[in-house]
Design a binder for this molecule. Structure first.
Ligand code: F58
Length: 825
């Protein structure tokens, strides 16, 4: 029996005829073309323009309501926002998807074709950037006053091509033919100072005044991307700053007739927002990156202060009541000394008052424990680019050291450990310490991660500031990651439990009671099969590989990193291949291993792993002895829009990081929500997923964090596993031959070397056997069709916790203390 469908789908604001008229109007009046000449790209733009009319109306009403209510707002500072495509999302949120589809059909256009025209807005590397995008979606949906602040990169994350198996990076040009969503706001341009020197002066009563004489000034031009909440009521803004040469930038050079020099310096100013750093989990430590960070933080703070002053003038006493700033990792941590500079040097507040405001405004999210990802800047570099900020950092540290001395009198080792400044050959500024000291709340992104932040990353800070360190488990927006990307499953769920789950994901729990119902199982698995057919088509088009849709679709999608252990999956694939070669009757259900991953361009071993996956894939896919039992497909250029095609088709979700290394993961949540069963370690949010779905509906294997630490402490030796386990030895030795790279022996040897000579830092070999056995258990489970369907349904049903709406609710209650604002029409 189907539950009574509650009607809470957004009701369309305009009908098909009106939408059609709007599309035609924009085809004619915005694009200067007509129905006969228009190609898909023009249709896409005209459709965007048609929906943008509704978006902008919502934006105007939202801004008016926020202004009239003088709302407290959260300002989400993030160097990355991985937005993906916006058309389908915006149509869905206005309840206009079917209306638009119908209107376009009457015009002879397929909506699915024009959706493909939209370039992804890939202004982020991975999880951290996508989390920011999910959060601003939830903030708008929950009618919370919020603004995202970031960088208007001209080139987002590189486009990945695969040539002869290897990754090639090509520039991403998402705005080449114009972006229909963004609005330039020249009226809100800000100026940002860089370089120069600090002059000390003495004011009245001997007050020390600091004046920064910058060496150059650049302009920050804001571009606003409207962020439409579900049901289209609140439309918030993502404000991204683009750098430009300021009018007085190199004025003297210009006057001296140095036209060419002046142009060169213009180019330098524009370089700031030119390109997203493609690093994942490793800091670049480049001067330009620090400038990027300061550039967007300074513009954003000035923008916030301008808005505050409009309502409150020079009365700073209410600033912390109106403004909360969430620092997405330490990338925007330079905001802390920047706000201090503005308050002390410009507004002339006393230090204590200014610090009191600062430490009520900032909150910081930590996304990693990996030492190589914890940002540190050479003090010398900060001094050169931001001389006044370095002075302020020293002052913050000086006062903090006095606090430490009070708590641990005379303990110099403790001071050295907690100091913002790391002494050594080169003095370094620890941005994590600065963030903890300058914030009123610090959170990790999953329960286990937050526990480790407290116990191993910042234990003394936890003692010094009890209650400051907390947890907010990550989440994902179910609007994009189920409703929009998996229409088949969404409609099935609507019919079964009603339509209000996209707003209240706990409602999915209502599916659990149908998990063992044969009819529902058939319906659920039919949708999965249809999604697999679509992905199979994508694989055929993109790689010319034929895959069997009745095979298990085993999906690993995430950045390529040793700690995420794509090479563990690869070793298992090679082991399976060997077993088949040794025994043609080797009993396994056919499986398609699908990968999507970009490697940081400078991360050699990560690129070697991509190469190895592709070379092994070539061999296996073309070996008739395999008899189609295994197929390996590495889909190039993994990005949000590709994830939207892969996730609905997955049977198995690979979440196999070394325990303690993956802060949370969010792909794990997306895949489980779409009915994939996880094979994973007890790491990050996998732990909480296991709690939700229960041990019978997930395949957990491998060392726990405690076991990882113990093994390390006792001297982990990967050779032990190599010599003890003949399959491990055979597979690693295979990598050294030219079997997968004919005529080029040794082309894959770096992987073996990293696992043996380099000590296997992520304990791949220690977990290999447990992983391989867990995969055998997955195989067995899949053969029981009904049991598998039940597991898949339970996974979808139990994902309520992982909506980003819940994460935002946690932030609102524990950190931000915000109230929703109803939008007046
Ligand atoms: C990711 N971090 C975590 N960093 O790895 C993942 O576990 C977590 O789910 C996610 O954040 C959201 O909390 C991540 O994506 C980056 O991409 C940084 C980019 C800039 C350089 C340092 C890494």
């Amino acid at each position: 029996m189907n539950a009574k469908a509650t009607k809470t789908q957004p009701s369309p604001v305009i009908d098909k005829a009106a939408f059609k008229a709007a599309v035609i109007k924009h085809l004619h009046c915005t694009l200067g073309t007509d129905e006969n000449k228009a190609n898909n790209h023009a249709w896409w733009k005209a459709t965007c323009a048609a929906i943008q009319e509704q978006v902008l109306e919502g934006l105007r009403k939202t801004q008016k309501s926020h202004y009239l209510n003088d709302t407290r707002a959260v300002h989400y500072f993030s160097a990355e926002f991985l937005m993906g495509r916006l058309l389908s999302n915006n149509l869905q949120n206005f309840g206009l998807f079917d209306v638009a589809g119908g209107a376009l059909k009457e015009l002879g256009v397929e909506i699915s074709d024009i959706l493909e025209e939209e370039p992804d807005m890939a202004l982020g590397n991975g999880g951290l950037g996508r989390l920011a995008a999910c959060f601003i979606d939830s903030l708008a949906t929950m009618e919370l006053p919020a603004i995202g602040y970031g960088i208007h990169y001209e080139h987002g994350l590189f486009r990945q091509e695969i040539k002869s198996g290897a990754q090639i990076e090509r520039p991403d040009s998402w705005r080449d033919y114009g972006n229909p969503w963004e609005i330039c706001r020249p009226e809100s341009i800000q100026e940002v100072s860089l370089y120069g020197y600090v002059e000390t002066k003495y004011g009245e009563n001997g007050r020390v005044l600091k004046e920064w004489h910058p060496g150059s000034i650049v302009k920050g031009v804001p571009w606003d991307i409207p962020v439409v909440g579900y049901e289209g009521k609140t439309v918030n803004v993502l404000r991204l700053w683009q750098s430009e040469a300021s009018d007085y930038f190199n004025w003297d050079v210009f006057n001296a007739g140095g036209y060419v020099d002046a142009q060169r310096e213009n180019v330098q100013a524009e370089t700031i927002s030119k390109v997203l750093y493609p690093n994942d989990e490793t800091e670049a430590g480049k001067e330009l990156r620090l400038i990027q960070q300061y550039f967007f933080c300074s513009c954003s703070l000035k923008d916030i202060i301008r808005r505050y002053k409009r309502a409150h003038g020079d009365d700073w006493s209410r600033f912390a009541d109106q403004v909360v700033i969430q620092l997405n990792d330490t990338h925007p941590a330079i905001s802390i000394p920047e706000l201090m500079r503005i308050l002390v040097d410009r507004a002339e507040l006393g230090w204590d008052e200014a610090w009191g405001i600062c430490t009520k405004v900032f909150a910081y999210t930590n996304h990693t424990l990996l030492p190589e990802a914890l940002e540190k800047w050479p003090a010398r570099m900060i001094e050169k680019i931001l001389p006044r900020h370095l002075e302020i950092i020293y002052e913050i540290n000086h006062r903090f050291m006095a606090e430490v001395d009070k708590k641990w009198p005379g303990d110099n080792a403790m001071k050295a450990k907690l100091s913002i400044i790391e002494e050594g050959n080169e003095k370094m500024v620890r941005m994590g310490h600065l963030s903890v000291i300058g914030s009123f709340a610090v959170n990790g992104v999953a329960e286990m991660h937050s526990r480790l932040v407290k116990s191993s990353l910042f234990p003394e800070f936890d003692e010094l500031y009890p209650g400051k360190l907390t947890n907010v488990t990550n989440g994902i927006t179910p609007r994009r990651w189920l409703k929009a990307c998996n229409p088949g499953l969404s409609k099935l769920i609507d019919k079964k439990i009603g339509e209000d789950w996209p707003r209240d994901l706990d409602k999915l729990q209502g599916l659990a009671k149908f998990a063992s119902n044969k009819t529902f199982q058939k319906q659920f698995m039919k949708v999965k099969l249809e999604n697999k057919e679509l992905l199979a088509e994508e694989i055929r088009k993109s790689l010319d590989i034929e895959v069997d849709v009745n095979a298990i679709f085993d999906v690993q999608i995430k950045r390529l990193h040793e700690y995420k252990r794509q090479h563990l999956a690869l070793l298992n694939i090679m082991a399976l291949y060997r077993r088949i070669l040794e025994n043609p009757d080797y009993d396994m259900h056919p499986r398609v291993f699908v990968f999507g991953a970009k490697a940081a361009p400078g991360y050699k071993l990560a690129k070697d792993i991509i190469f190895a996956i592709n070379k092994v894939a070539d061999k296996i896919n073309n070996d008739p002895r395999v008899n189609n039992k295994i197929k390996v497909a590495f889909l190039p250029n993994y990005r949000v829009s590709l994830a939207e095609k892969m996730i609905p088709a997955a049977d198995v979700s690979e979440q196999i990081s070394t325990a303690g290394k993956e802060a949370s993961g969010t792909g794990n949540m997306k895949l489980a929500l779409n009915g994939a069963v996880t094979i994973g370690t007890l790491d990050g949010a996998n732990v909480e997923i296991a709690e939700e779905v229960g041990d019978d509906n997930i395949f957990i294997f491998g060392l726990t964090v405690e076991e990882v630490n113990e093994l390390k402490a006792n001297g982990y030796n990967p050779h032990d596993y190599y010599y003890k386990d003949p399959e491990i030895k055979a597979v690693l030795d295979w990598l050294e031959t030219d079997y997968f790279t004919p005529g080029k022996p040794g082309a894959l040897v770096s992987i073996k070397q990293s696992l043996l000579d380099n000590g296997d830092p992520y304990m791949v070999l220690a977990d290999f056997r447990a992983y391989s056995d867990a995969q055998i258990a997955v195989d067995a489970a899949y053969r029981d069709k009904e049991r598998w369907a039940e597991m898949a349904i339970i996974n979808t049903a139990k994902m309520g916790k992982f909506t980003s709406d819940r994460s935002i609710r946690d932030y609102v209650e524990r950190v931000w203390k915000l109230s929703p604002c109803k939008i007046e029409s």
